[in-house]
Design a protein around this ligand. Structure first.
Ligand code: NAD
Length: 249
């Protein structure tokens, strides 16, 4: 088992990639804390994991709330004795082009996608130091690397997350805490459902991808698993791009 005896907190774990990561990490032996603002679906994910013999619990966490982070980290340590892994997976996607992006929308995207990850890293560091190390996985996006006709706040927030990843990695390498970024291309989840609902929308998304298809959430969960596990023990401050060749062109 690749995460035997590890305790992992996954934000945005109620659905999509976060739920896939939670299920996979539990199968690989981790005690998983599923954290999300969406309670009902999050509880179901944790219940399913336990029903299959895994260890999991749900905590309501709004990643923009410092108080929620304190409660979630304390709860994880109280329940499982330590915290080894954080996946900063929660995020929101907005597609308005720059000129039509309101300040309110810009601030909302930044608050959740980058401030949320900053707060998460800040609050897990003491617990990971006590555990003599840890692994943090920040879920970025290929929109951090290449621009698209859509969005602007989203790509900028995900690019900021890559810089935060490198700063955190350098500052905490001596603590044995590794910080890496997972960089997905399009993934078949609720987040991009509106873009790919119609055959034309799906075809347009796929046209940019050399492998000719959109990723499944499970394919990204395997990337997160590698970065969370000791298999990536010499990696920190790095970016693992999982995009079907999108940014190779
Ligand atoms: N789906 C894609 O094509 C794609 C591509 C690249 C990167 N990503 C990134 O992958 C991550 C997961 O995305 P997904 O596709 O599974 O999306 P999703 O919309 O299916 O899931 C996102 C989850 O984050 C939660 N969330 C939102 N705001 C939150 C907050 N303030 N506090 C706590 N939880 C919150 C939501 O409730 C939801 O459960 C995101 O960071 C996203 O930006 C997704």
């Amino acid at each position: 088992m690749r995460l035997k005896d590890k305790v992992a907190l996954i934000t945005g774990g109620a659905r999509g990639m976060g739920a896939a990561e939670a299920r996979l990490f539990a199968c690989e032996g981790a005690c998983v804390v599923v954290a999300d603002v969406v309670v009902e679906q999050g509880v179901i994910v944790a219940d399913h994991i336990r029903a299959k013999g895994g260890k999991a619990s749900f905590v309501k966490l709004d990643v923009t709330s410092e108080k929620d982070w304190e409660t979630a980290v304390e709860g994880a340590v109280r329940s499982y004795g330590k915290l080894n892994v954080l996946v900063n997976n929660a995020g929101i996607y907005r597609t308005d082009p720059l000129e039509r992006t309101t300040l309110r929308e810009w601030d909302e995207v930044m608050r959740i996608n980058i401030t949320g990850a900053f707060l998460g890293i800040k609050h897990v560091i003491p617990a990971m130091r006590r555990a003599k190390g840890g692994a943090i996985v920040n879920v970025s996006s290929t929109t951090a690397l290449v621009a698209s006709g859509r969005g602007s706040a989203y790509g900028a927030s995900k690019a900021a997350l890559l810089s935060l990843t490198r700063h955190a990695a350098v500052q905490h390498a001596a603590d044995g805490i590794r910080v890496n970024a997972l960089v997905p291309g399009p993934v078949d989840t609720e987040m991009i459902a509106a873009n790919i609902r119609t055959p034309e929308g799906r075809a347009a998304s796929i046209a940019r991808i050399p492998m000719g298809r959109i990723a499944s959430a499970d394919e990204l969960a395997y990337g997160a698993l590698f970065l969370a596990s000791d298999e990536s023990s010499y990696m920190t401050g790095a970016q693992l791009v999982v995009d079907g060749g999108l940014t190779a062109q």
